[in-house]
Design a protein around this ligand. Structure first.
Ligand code: GLN
Length: 292
């Protein structure tokens, strides 16, 4: 046994990550250490003085080095938490962001108020974040989730299975609504949700290293102005949404007015609102066919 205890390691890794300018260094240190030791985060504190074996120290050193080079901790440990649910993540999909919990919360509130069994569509599902979080929290809902990326859908399939939602979440490969055949796949939908790619060319260049170098460009970049995917969703959404249905779109903080205008021009929606996240940034567009 080495004389490195959990306590000493936590302090050392936190300082190291702080020097490397890594976000949330203490949390990152806890996640890496818990991963290597096979413990839950809370258990690090109940076993604070436990010495750590050399073999584990070697594995830890490698992961800490990679984290210091801005590789996302979610990739290093292969999972992350979103809406208090554990998701597997890989470099094939966007890492779920806490901001997206607002969209999920609005979706769940809307669905719980309705009585019949509900049909939901999640476009650009990635690792299945929105689809799984909704299905897990609304018992009788059925979700069709699409993504253009086959490798991302493979991760989504494992997340659907991990949470035993295979009979309520269907994963379809294709561009936006393209793999959803009206009438066959329980269309039209009560709710359509999406966190699509929305980063513009200029913004893409300014993304943090941990995002730009490690997360898939296809999940982030949406054309010169960042609005390409919203434009294509707006074109088709009317064909897939029930008359009393709702569309929820995550947006970048400066995109509210442009996305609202795109949706207004479709003539599909009676009421369009923008909601702010906890940082007070515009984050979700809520568009209703009939007024609430
Ligand atoms: N919010 C993400 C970021 O800034 C972008 C997510 C997206 O394009 N859907 O990294």
């Amino acid at each position: 046994m080495s004389d490195w205890t959990i306590q000493k390691l936590l302090t050392w890794i936190t300082d190291f990550l702080l020097q490397k300018d890594i976000d949330s260094p203490r949390l990152s240190a806890e996640l890496l250490l818990a991963h290597v030791l096979g413990l839950r985060r809370i258990e690090l504190y109940t076993q604070y003085n436990k010495p750590v074996a050399q073999e584990q120290l070697d594995r830890l050193r490698e992961l800490v080095k990679r984290a210091g080079r801005h590789e996302p901790v979610a990739h290093l440990v292969g999972r992350t938490e979103f809406y208090s649910i554990e998701f597997e993540v890989t470099c094939d999909c966007l890492i779920p962001r806490p901001e997206t919990e607002l969209l999920v919360q609005r979706a769940i509130e809307f669905l719980r108020k309705r009585s019949d069994s509900q049909h939901v569509c999640d476009l650009c599902t990635g690792c299945g974040t929105i689809a799984v979080a909704i299905a897990k929290n609304v018992p009788d809902v059925k979700v069709v989730a699409t993504d253009i990326s086959e490798p991302a859908l493979r991760v989504a399939a494992r997340n659907v299975e991990k949470h035993q939602l295979q009979d309520r979440v269907d994963l379809l490969e294709g561009d936006l609504f393209e793999p959803v055949i009206p009438q066959l796949d329980v269309s039209p939908f009560d709710l359509i949700a999406s966190n699509p790619p929305y980063v513009s060319a200029a913004e893409y260049e300014t993304l943090d290293k941990n995002v730009k170098d490690y997360e898939p460009r296809i999940a982030l970049y949406a054309g010169e102005g960042g609005l390409d995917v919203y434009r294509r969703i707006a074109e088709k959404v009317g064909q897939f949404l029930k008359p009393d249905g709702i569309l929820l779109l995550e947006i970048g903080c400066s995109q509210g007015p442009a996305v609202c205008e795109l949706l207004e021009r479709t003539g599909t929606f009676a009421e369009i609102q923008v909601e702010k996240d906890l940082q007070k940034h515009d984050r979700v567009v809520v568009a209703r066919r009939t007024p609430a």
